[in-house]
Design a protein around this ligand. Structure first.
Ligand code: FRU
Length: 483
């Protein structure tokens, strides 16, 4: 199937022209431009010996292809691929640290880049970091996805790993990014309840100050049941991190993984995650698989981590359907007809057990985003829009209650981009899912209230026009790399 005829291919999300993508890597705002690198197999829509794909944007909306930044080489070190990692500014020299595997262990390699981040040279003495005894020889033996930062006059690196069957990140120090000393496990309390349910291996760590606290992000081992990405909020002292609370970064099941962040020149903490397919791309005869999430800004209010889609995305808005106040009982169509849309609304509890947005696809298929007061949860149900290549992972819920009390008023913000649906409730709980309905790409939006009524305040629905932001004279620029 050609990309142009693939009606499930997102149009304003970032994804490679063809082939596979997984984790975002080395995201950075560099000399005024946003760069997202990512795990990429250009040859097929399935994982395989990763390269680092590369996309660049001036505005977080319009992305341009860039040449592959790092590709595996036969000799000597990274024949098994250039796995995930990060990018730091080494006194003006852009420097990537990335993982690979060789001789049965995972190691860290280094590459330096040209000023525009377009050409990369691998260090002659790779690898620069090997697993310490703390992980060597253990069953999982994971040692990957370095996250590096500068503190005082040294570099520090966290590497995702596992100790005794529990996820952990291992702290290292270096003066020059090339010679590293292992220090200790970064999270002393990793076997305590606050770290429960975070898996056997922590992949793709990230660590940064946010507000007056520190945040550690980890992704729990991908193939383990219940895989997801978490953020711990806690205190950083003596090169150790004590988590106080944990937030799940997205409640979609196997729908949002390996998020990575950077700060931009405005000081915002921006995050991109990997949205895997929830269908088999080969059976679906797709030429691509994997999408980057929309950029989300992270903030901290007290210990509460908030996330919002970046406001730049409003450049995609075309015409708007607006309802100021509406009491809904049952279902009301808004007469929208586009598979690329944005919805913002606030729903106030009435007598209904649940209420929300129903995205109605062709032939009675639908995807629902409901505030379920009866359970205190946000419910995103894409079971009825998974088409012929369906997946069981299609019914997601996120807790909405705060201090035990169900919320009386919930604000939903969502983006639909063909097969991608990203939802954020109350600037806090995110749920991403995928829909692959069969038939023509018609989409309507209905407001629904089940078993009673609910009050919708300020419903705003925008048809989005990915083509509109391509801009005159910039034919090369491709929004979301759609065809
Ligand atoms: C996470 C991950 C990383 C690894 C990369 C390989 O999705 O497994 O731990 O570096 O993918 O593509």
């Amino acid at each position: 199937m050609t990309v142009a005829h693939d009606r499930h291919r997102p149009r304003f999300h970032l994804l490679p022209l063809s082939g596979w993508m997984n984790d975002p890597n080395g995201v950075v705002h560099w000399r005024g431009r946003y760069h997202v690198f990512y795990q990429h197999n250009p040859l097929a829509p399935r994982w395989g010996t990763p390269s680092w794909g590369h996309a660049v944007s001036d505005d977080l909306v319009r992305w341009e292809h860039a040449p592959i930044a790092l590709a595996p080489e036969m000799l000597p070190v990274d024949v098994s691929g250039c796995w995930s990692g990060c990018l730091v500014d080494d006194d003006g020299t852009p420097t990537i640290l990335y993982s690979t595997a060789r001789d049965g262990e995972q190691v860290t390699c280094l590459a330096t880049g040209s000023g525009d981040l377009m050409r990369w040279t691998k260090h002659a003495d790779n690898p620069v970091m090997r697993p310490p005894n703390a992980v060597r020889g253990r069953t999982m033996d994971a040692f990957r996805d370095p996250w590096v930062w500068r503190e005082d006059d040294a570099w520090y690196a966290l590497v995702g790993s596992s100790i005794g069957g529990l996820g952990q990140v291992l702290l290292h120090r270096s003066a020059d990014l090339r010679s590293w000393t292992y220090l200790h496990p970064f999270v002393p309390s990793f076997d305590q309840p606050v770290c429960d349910d975070t898996g056997q291996v922590w992949e793709c760590p990230g660590f940064f100050p946010l507000g007056s606290e520190h945040v550690l992000m980890v992704s729990r081992f991908q193939w383990a049941a219940g895989t997801h990405a978490s953020a711990f909020v806690g205190a950083y002292r003596d090169q150790r991190f004590e988590p106080r609370s944990r937030e799940r970064l997205d409640w979609g099941h196997r729908a949002f993984f390996a998020p990575l962040t950077t700060t931009d020149e405005r000081g915002r903490r921006l995050m991109w995650g990997w949205l895997p397919e929830q269908r088999d791309p080969v059976r679906a005869r797709a030429t691509w698989a994997g999408v980057a999430s929309l950029p989300r800004e992270l903030t901290l209010e007290g210990d509460v981590l908030r996330q919002r889609f970046v406001p730049e995305l409003s450049a995609l808005r075309a015409d708007r359907v607006h309802l100021d106040h509406a009491s809904i009982r049952g279902e009301r169509s808004l007469g929208i007809d586009t598979p690329t849309l944005e919805v913002r609304c606030t729903i106030v509890r009435g007598t209904a057990s649940s209420a929300g947005i129903r995205i109605v696809h062709a032939a009675g298929q639908y995807t629902e985003v409901l505030v379920a007061w009866c359970t205190g949860r946000l419910l995103v149900d894409s079971r009825w829009s998974k088409g012929v290549h369906g997946s069981e992972y299609a019914f997601d819920t996120a807790p909405l209650e705060r201090d035990g009390a169900p919320l009386e008023r919930v604000t939903l913000h969502l983006y639909l981009d063909h097969s991608v649906l990203e939802v954020i409730a109350n600037d806090r709980q995110a749920v991403t899912t995928r829909c692959y309905p069969i038939g023509p790409p018609d989409v309507d939006v209905h407001l629904v209230a089940v078993d009673g009524d609910a009050h919708f305040e300020q419903v705003e629905v925008w048809r989005l026009d990915p083509d509109a932001v391509r801009g005159g004279g910039e034919a090369e620029a491709i929004v979301g790399w759609g065809a």
